[in-house]
Design a protein around this ligand. Sequence first.
Ligand SMILES: [Zn+2]
Ligand SMILES: [Zn+2]
Length: 348
Amino acid sequence: MITIRSILKLFMAIAAMVLISSCATDAQVRRSIAQRQQSNEKMRQEYLDPGVITVVLPGTAGPMSPTEAQSATAVFVNGQFLLFDAGDYAQKRMEQFQLPMDMLDAVFITHFHNDHIADLGEVMQRSYMLGRQKDLVIHGPNGTDAIVEGFNAIYRADSAYRTQHHSEEIMPSEFQFAAASEFSASENVIEVYRNNGVVVTAFRVAHPPVEPVFGYTVEFAGKKVVISGDTLITDELRHQSTDADLLVMDIMNYELVELMENGFRENGDHRNAKIFYDIREYHPDAAELGSMAEELRVKRLALTHFAPTLPTRQLTKRYYIDPVRKNYSGRVYADGDGTTIRIPLEYE
Ligand SMILES: [Zn+2]
Ligand SMILES: [Zn+2]
């Protein structure tokens, strides 16, 4: 029989359950904040370890992947955080991989294809929102200034709201905007950054018909990391890559691209067939890249900008890793977004 007392008991039991579960939820929130902070701090120490150059590839896709982040390479060297390109979704990936965005020192742009600059505005703004309290300089060839100014204009209102809301101390207005540092697009090789022993050199590459287009070499303590950008194999790329400790290289498989081109044509998709025919002039073939890396004694080879990105590890192995390994005996990194390479510095 249902009595007022039994209804009251049921009500009390439900209230107790709600109370217990809400306490558990509050405790979980507190615990997860503490865990996240500890984990972020641990990752920060690892990335900023002065005894190692750590290279992370937050984005490894070309322009056509619907899921993976586009081009971005982060280099942590001697306590500095240098980012090369910022394609779409790169910022989200960097936060997922717990890169210390507040430490970002400089960004370097290889060229102005959208898959290399789409997320530059978010990188500028999110690093500021996440605590960057130092200037951010965007290095790139002539044309970089207009792009940086454009992103500064896009985020002007947002930045003002945030300083107004959170105070000058938390979000100082002096660090809201990035500054461009352009170098002459007519140079073939030019030093663009030097800070506490770390030197970055830009070198002209070939990605026809795109101009200007550059790769970058980062040097510190006798170690050399080369970032190709988008390029075919050129004499200057070969020169820069010789004896490199790491070459981060865009890659294509011509056989696969031809297969896809024919597949589109057979299905009456002449637009995509033409695009896949055209892009073969953009990137080197996997087998050719393997031969170059072997000949030039490249110690580590990280594959990026997969053109196209493949949906399974098995297919990546078949079309990219295997053809490279056929000709190259060094270490190959091809783990997609989040690929991490550590290069120990041997101090005497
Ligand atoms: Zn690209
Ligand atoms: Zn490109």
